[in-house]
Design a protein around this ligand. Structure first.
Ligand code: ASP
Length: 438
């Protein structure tokens, strides 16, 4: 969307804003890698280069950090208050149960894969004593859970403590949903206005994200070139590896989890994929669950026979909150970053990761690149904050450089999961036209 608008108004620096953002980021990534490699073999030039260009990379990291708290806060309030308590009846509970359970399983699959293959280890981007200290001094699990409840939500917002912010936003959103449904017309009207204000603020925040992403090619170029200048060619392998690992996670989740659940409900997996593939492919190329929603609605009804009453309720919620692919990406890549900086996640951090990645995926908007913003808060929550100039920021930049590739796969899984969800929930409510499956 942002790209198109820039194309339309592409007079100022039209050559830049008028061209495809994805292409620009990939160009930034490749050029950054080339320049960095060149510098790696000319150590004399590397140090002054890093000193002079660091600023431009730091600008990018700071812009991203600036947006995290407002994005999570307002998109979660909007998400939670868009489901009316009335809708949250039996079908709602089943749908939410399916969404939550599959997302938590997704994180487990990711952690198992990451545990077996240790992506990023051996990269040796450490050198930050503060990072090591932080992970060693992790709080026990019970305390982590207790800390999710903020004692002062305003303080959490000001300090950027993500888990308490998520908790408060969800509670607030649910309360707002109850007010919107109030019998008192006045109360309902005002609550509705507040809902629309929050949703507009969330929309504005995503516009800001879109604007920041226009700077991404420059930011990625600088950050990647610095990483390559300091680490040399040895970083290419781990990046290819982490991409592969994410895709193995995506494939395992589709086959084992969706395949298994569909089987239990008596559906053929092959027929499901055949029916849903148009939406899955659209998700892959658009990298947006929201943009794919019209297609998801159509294939669920026309190809899979799910009644409109179920799909028109559950799919929009799914496109907003059910992000299994994003959850896998968050868990695999957070592990990659932790290993890359020489601070592998311990058991407590992994437990925190399960909770945080599940919640963060719920808070991720269905737009391109949203998961990468959520990664910042996941890292913060596991004690690896992305601060300017830190090894964590460098490792994060590497992941950001390949985000488009990862986003395609995770969005495809996100949407496929939504459609599998409505199919099984529909079946449990006898709301699937089984003649479509014959
Ligand atoms: N692009 C993803 C989606 O729309 C969200 C993400 O970036 O993880 O589902």
């Amino acid at each position: 969307m942002v790209e198109q608008e820039h194309t339309k108004s592409g007079r100022f620096m039209g050559w830049y804003f008028g061209s495809n953002l994805l292409m620009r980021i990939l160009v930034g990534l490749s050029l950054g890698a080339l320049v960095g490699l060149f510098l790696a073999f000319n150590p004399g030039a590397a140090a002054p280069y890093v000193a002079y260009t660091k600023f431009f990379g730091d600008v990018f990291i700071r812009l991203l950090r600036m947006i995290v708290v407002p994005v999570i806060f307002f998109s979660l309030i909007t998400g939670a208050s868009s489901v009316t308590p009335h809708q949250l009846g039996r079908v709602g509970l089943k749908t939410m149960g399916y969404y939550l359970a599959t997302t938590a399983i997704a994180v487990f699959i990711a952690l198992i894969l990451a545990g077996i293959f240790s992506p990023g280890s051996g990269l040796g981007m450490a050198g930050d004593a503060a990072v090591q200290g932080k992970s060693a001094a992790q709080t026990p699990l019970a305390k982590v859970l207790l800390n999710i409840i903020p004692m002062n939500p305003m303080e959490s917002l000001a300090k950027g403590d993500v888990l308490p912010i998520i908790f408060f936003a969800l509670v607030f959103g649910i309360a707002l949903a109850v007010l919107r449904d109030s019998d008192n017309a006045d109360v309902a009207k005002h609550a509705d206005s507040l809902f629309h204000i929050c949703s507009t603020i969330a929309g504005a925040m995503y516009k800001v994200v879109g604007g920041i992403m226009q700077y991404a090619p420059v930011g990625v170029f600088v950050l990647i070139s610095v990483v390559f200048a300091q680490q040399g060619a040895k970083v290419i392998g781990p990046l290819v590896f982490v991409t592969l690992l994410c895709y193995i996670g995506f494939a395992a989740h589709v086959l084992l989890v969706y395949g298994g659940i569909l089987r239990i409900f008596g559906f053929s997996f092959i027929k499901f994929i055949r029916g849903a593939h148009e939406a899955s492919i659209t998700a892959f190329v658009t990298r947006s669950s929201s943009a794919t929603l019209p297609i998801s609605l159509r294939v669920s009804e026309e190809n899979l026979g799910v009644s409109r009453s179920i799909s028109s309720f559950a799919l929009p919620i799914g496109a907003t909150v059910n992000m299994d692919g994003t959850a896998i990406y968050l868990a695999v890549c957070a592990t990659f970053i932790a290993n890359a900086v020489g601070a592998p996640l311990n058991f407590e951090q992994q437990s925190t990761l399960v909770v945080v990645a599940t919640l963060a995926s719920i808070g991720t908007a269905g737009v391109p690149g949203a998961g990468a913003i959520m990664m910042l808060m996941v890292l913060e929550a596991v004690g690896l904050p992305v601060t300017t100039g830190s090894p964590v920021a460098a490792a994060y930049a590497m992941i950001l450089g390949i985000d488009a590739l990862l986003d395609m796969g995770r969005t495809c899984l996100n949407v496929t999961g939504d459609i599998a969800g409505v199919t099984v929930v529909g079946k449990s409510e006898q709301q699937v036209d089984l003649s479509k499956w014959a």
